[in-house]
Design a protein around this ligand. Structure first.
Ligand SMILES: Nc1ncnc2c1ncn2[C@@H]1O[C@H](COP(=O)(O)OP(=O)(O)OP(=O)(O)O)[C@@H](O)[C@H]1O
Ligand SMILES: [Mg+2]
Length: 251
């Protein structure tokens, strides 16, 4: 369960996140959509405990992130938009290191867990290779292995599909759906609206730091007074069009 209550984030006088409340129930895949600069990464970094909210409260699986940060983060998996990986470690060494951070060690099944995750994300053959030789998509898949090692009950993902090939994207969608079936609460920001429409149970739309709409795709359609079946035109309508100048005049 992820619960965000009245969260505000100020950078100086600029309000990047403006009184955001949202909840992701166990088993729910919740899409977090919004134009560039809307505040998605800022919100996700606050849920991950990487940025401190100016005000408001964040609860992860019943634990208050401000009061009990270690307990809250213990059951959380985080996949950032720009993952930090140690270039001079091999994939296997990196996962052993991450396991240690979450208290997963040899006694509680670290080795088979690493093996099954590398297998799931098609990286078994790369286990002993240095991360510096990994392509962008391989880094993304390794980051997912590291985030899921400790079987988190809540997951936040910032732009999971960037850089993945169609097979990788398909795999990630299936992994997310499976986690949802197993009761994991998953919050996912994405610009790939087809993916959001395909896998998300509910969607929140953030615009200029504020949640302007939240619901299932049919609910958003009703909110936008739109007959469209696709999320993209509904999203554009809710967030005020394409925002592009007359293309003809510019290029
Ligand atoms: N550390 C910071 N200091 C000052 N301003 C910041 C900082 N981090 C983010 N911002 C500002 O907050 C706003 C929201 O940024 P954020 O990265 O959360 O957007 P986003 O919704 O993730 O956008 P994108 O779709 O491009 O990833 C932007 O105007 C950004 O410039
Ligand atoms: Mg972002």
């Amino acid at each position: 369960m992820i619960l965000v209550e009245n969260v505000v984030k100020l950078f100086g006088r600029f309000k990047a996140v403006d009184n955001v409340s949202l909840s992701v129930a166990p088993g729910e895949i919740h899409g977090f959509l919004g134009p560039n600069g809307a505040g998605k990464t800022t919100m996700i970094r606050m849920i991950a405990g990487l940025l401190k909210p100016t005000s408001g409260r964040i609860m992860i699986n019943g634990q208050d992130l401000a009061r009990a940060p270690i307990a809250a983060k213990r059951s959380l998996g985080v996949i950032p938009d720009r993952p930090f990986l140690y270039e001079k470690l091999t994939a296997g060494e990196f996962l052993t290191f991450c396991g240690g951070l979450f208290g997963v060690d040899e006694e509680n099944g670290l080795e088979p867990r690493i093996a099954e995750l590398l297998d799931l994300f098609d990286l078994t053959a790369w286990r002993d290779e240095l991360i510096e030789s990994f392509s962008h998509g391989m880094r993304q898949r390794l980051t997912m292995c590291s985030a899921f090692l400790h079987r988190p009950r809540a997951v936040v993902v910032d732009e999971p599909m960037v850089g993945l090939d169609p097979r990788g994207a398909q795999l990630v969608k299936q992994v997310f759906r499976n986690m949802g079936r197993k009761g994991v609460a998953l919050l996912m920001s994405t610009h790939t609206l087809e993916v959001a429409q395909e896998v998300c149970d509910r969607v929140s739309i953030i615009h200029e730091g504020r949640i302007i709409a939240c619901g299932t795709v049919p609910e958003l359609r009703a909110l936008a007074h739109s007959s469209e079946q696709l999320l993209t035109p509904i999203f554009l309508k809710l967030t005020g069009g394409t925002g592009l100048r007359e293309i003809e005049d510019v290029v």
